[in-house]
Design a protein around this ligand. Structure first.
Ligand SMILES: [Zn+2]
Ligand SMILES: [Zn+2]
Length: 109
């Protein structure tokens, strides 16, 4: 459950799931890559299967409390903060409606 904004102009987003070094110029491409190219993630709090990467992060923080996340993922507060920052950055950068549309067209959601 990873995604990093790496700064700079090009290849600003790094996938980072299980050592994947995919880099992307925009958040849309990064989220689509994570959803299409990676195995689904099973939420450790509720067992729901969600796409890896951004959607897994969004699920964890929209559906569960920070405390539940910390307990289930054996995470600490800095792990929470990093993911909250990524979620905010993706939401600021990406047109998520068009991402979801694209993924539905591809049958990936
Ligand atoms: Zn990847
Ligand atoms: Zn869940």
């Amino acid at each position: 459950m990873s995604l990093t904004s790496v700064g700079g102009n090009m290849s600003r987003w790094k996938c980072g799931i299980e050592g994947c070094d995919g880099r992307f110029e925009d958040a849309e491409s990064a989220v689509i890559h994570q959803t299409v190219e990676h195995e689904r993630h099973e939420c450790k709090v509720c067992g729901t299967i969600v796409p890896e990467g951004y959607f897994a992060i969004r699920h964890a923080f929209d559906e569960h409390t920070r405390a539940e996340f910390v307990r289930a993922y054996d995470a600490d507060s800095s792990a929470v903060r990093i993911r909250e920052d990524v979620k905010d950055a993706v939401e600021a950068d990406a047109d998520l409606n068009s991402v979801v549309e694209t993924l539905r067209e591809q049958g990936a959601l």
